[in-house]
Every structure is written in structure tokens, then in C-alpha cells.
Design a protein around this ligand. Structure first.
Ligand SMILES: NC(=O)C1=CN([C@@H]2O[C@H](COP(=O)(O)OP(=O)(O)OC[C@H]3O[C@@H](n4cnc5c(N)ncnc54)[C@H](OP(=O)(O)O)[C@@H]3O)[C@@H](O)[C@H]2O)C=CC1
Ligand SMILES: O=C(O)C1=N[C@H](C(=O)O)C[C@H](O)C1
Length: 268
């Protein structure tokens, strides 16, 4: 069965890469593409937009105009847009793969309510490498335990609008679970001035933004006499896009519920 896929934010960094990833994937076909209703790109050919040559899919500005044309929507845009798209998909039982990051806790709750009506797969990072790291991080935290100070570093390109990255937060959740801590209670998002000595329970985050960095993440476990570092470096957005298309073809067989990339890769 060929899964019919729509891509939102079609002119964005991830949107263009997703259009290419769908074209390269077996068992998937691009049947719709979306941009803002007031975009000058409405009506443009999605294949040309992604630098692939014409594919006959015209960019639409309203999800309801193309809602019957796809099985799964892949959405890597911004929280407000994703919330609207998820509601439109749920109303029609269309499945959705969500890569957008930077939701507030209230937006997360609103988004996840859609799982009653349809299937959602949401992940802060769809690369296989990061998802293997998440598994390793939980295991490392469980074994190293409270003797090790945990700090998380992430770097991204100058255009990124949310911080820390969704991936850094997911890594924080994985290690916090491993050491039985609640991330919300122990996270430190930056340090300045007379901070005092480090409190053992805390999990610190450091954010760097600049240039064209696709996405670097390092989690450090630091003790007296040794340090363990688990690092992932993305050098191409295709690593995320390939994973998202894999998630879309996997999700097509589900009726409803909330899933993530750990489910897709059977890592749970
Ligand atoms: N989960 C994962 O594996 C990954 C997640 N991401 C996340 O994906 C998201 C997008 O990243 P990226 O592609 O770099 O960002 P871009 O800014 O390049 O692309 C975002 C696209 O969404 C569109 N968009 C934004 N807001 C709206 C809106 N309110 N209504 C309609 N369209 C909108 C933008 O249009 P316009 O330009 O007109 O604003 C643009 O086309 C981010 O949240 C990022 O963190 C990124 C990589 C991997
Ligand atoms: O905005 C990006 O570019 C990325 N965002 C995701 C995140 O916030 O973790 C994933 C990836 O690191 C790239």
C-alpha cells in the first residue's frame, strides 16, 4: 500500500527536505503540500520548491482544501500552526507526524487531546541516532546514578527560535527518569553571576546558536576522576526527514493514540 503524504511548511528548511525524503521513500507518495494562506508560494509546484523538478503537487494555503487528498500529514512548522493542523486532522481522522518543537505545557496538553480521534506520532527528533542515544542515556543515568553531575549542551543554527532544543529537553527527561528525578524540579536553564556551588540534584542546560549548525547534542556525566559524554551530531536534515517519513508509513496502520519515534523503532 502506498501511503499518501502531505507536508506542511513546505518552503521551510525541514519542509523542503521532507518533500525530498518522501520522493526517495518506498511506499510513500507526496499528494499535498501546504504553506501559509498568504504565502506568495501558493500554487507553486512542491517538487520545484524542493529543487527536485516538477512533481505536479501544487502548494495549498488551507488544509481543508486538501484534507481528502492525504492519509498522513507531516508537520514541522511552529506550535500555533501545528495546533491548528492537528485539530483539522483529528476532525477528519487524518493521522499526523509532528516534528515541531517549542510548545508550552498548555499547548502540549491541547495537542495531545487529539489522540482520542486520530493517531499522532510526535518526537523532538526523528533521527535514528538520537533515538538510540535516548535509550543509552536512560541506561547510563540508571547505572551511574547520583554520583555523577549531569549537564546537557546543545548547538543549533542562527535561525532556531526555541531553546533549549526539543531534543535537549527529551535527553533531560531520559536522564532524569534514569535517576528518578522530576526534570521540572531540577532543571537549570543557564547560569550567571554568583550562582553558588553546583547542587548535586540539578541537571544543567547550555545553549549555543550560530551559523549553519544542523544540531549538536552532548550529555555529560561528571564525577571525581572521570567523565562520560554521549554525543550526537547531525550533519544533514535528511536524518530527521527520513525518520519522519518512516514514522508516517508506520503510523498509517494505527487507528488512534499517541506514539513517538521510540515506538516506530521498537526501542521501548
Ligand atoms: N523533530 C525533529 O526531528 C526536528 C524538528 N525540527 C523543528 O521543526 C520546526 C521547523 O523547523 P525549520 O524547518 O528549521 O523551520 P523553518 O522556519 O525553516 O520552517 C518552518 C515553516 O513553517 C511555516 N510556518 C511557521 N509558522 C506558521 C504558521 N503560523 N502558519 C503556517 N505556516 C507556518 C514557515 O513559514 P514562514 O517562513 O512563512 O514563517 C516555514 O515554511 C521547528 O520547530 C524545529 O525545531 C527541526 C528539525 C528536526
Ligand atoms: O530547529 C532545528 O533545526 C532542530 N530542532 C529540533 C530540536 O529542537 O531538538 C531537532 C534538531 O535538533 C534540529
Amino acid at each position: 500500500m502506498t501511503v499518501r503524504i502531505a507536508v506542511t511548511g513546505a518552503a521551510g528548511r525541514m519542509g523542503k527536505t521532507l518533500i525530498e525524503a518522501v520522493a526517495l521513500a518506498e511506499g510513500a507518495e507526496l499528494t499535498a503540500a501546504l504553506e501559509r494562506p498568504d504565502s506568495s508560494l501558493i500554487g507553486a509546484d512542491a517538487g520545484e520548491l524542493a529543487g527536485l523538478g516538477k512533481n505536479g503537487v501544487a502548494v495549498a494555503g488551507d488544509i481543508n482544501d486538501v484534507i481528502d487528498d492525504f492519509d498522513v500529514l507531516i508537520d514541522f512548522t511552529a506550535p500555533v500552526a501545528t495546533l491548528a493542523n492537528a485539530a483539522a486532522c483529528a476532525a477528519k481522522g487524518k493521522k499526523i507526524v509532528i516534528g515541531t518543537t517549542g510548545f508550552t505545557p498548555e499547548q502540549e496538553t491541547e495537542l495531545l487531546a487529539n489522540q482520542q480521534q486520530t493517531a499522532l506520532c510526535k518526537a523532538a527528533n526523528f533521527s535514528t541516532g538520537v533515538n538510540v542515544c535516548l535509550k543509552l542515556l536512560k541506561q547510563a543515568a540508571e547505572t551511574l546514578g547520583d554520583d555523577y553531575d549531569i549537564e546537557i549542551y546543545e548547538a543549533h543554527h542562527r535561525h532556531k527560535v526555541d531553546a533549549p532544543s526539543g531534543t535537549a529537553l527529551a535527553m533531560g527527561e531520559a536522564v532524569a527518569e534514569g535517576v528518578n528525578r522530576n526534570l521540572r524540579e531540577v532543571a537549570i536553564y543557564g547560569r550567571e553571576g554568583q550562582t553558588g556551588a553546583r547542587e548535586r540534584e540539578t541537571i544543567g542546560f547550555a545553549t549555543v546558536r550560530g551559523g549553519d549548525v544542523v544540531g549538536d547534542h552532548t550529555v555529560m556525566f561528571m564525577a571525581d576522576g572521570e567523565r562520560v559524554e554521549i554525543t550526537h551530531k547531525a550533519s544533514s536534515r535528511m536524518s530527521f526527514a527520513r525518520g519522519a517519513v518512516r514514522a508516517a508509513t508506520w503510523l498509517a496502520a494505527k487507528d488512534s493514540g499517541l506514539f513517538d519515534m521510540q515506538d516506530v523503532l521498537a526501542l521501548r
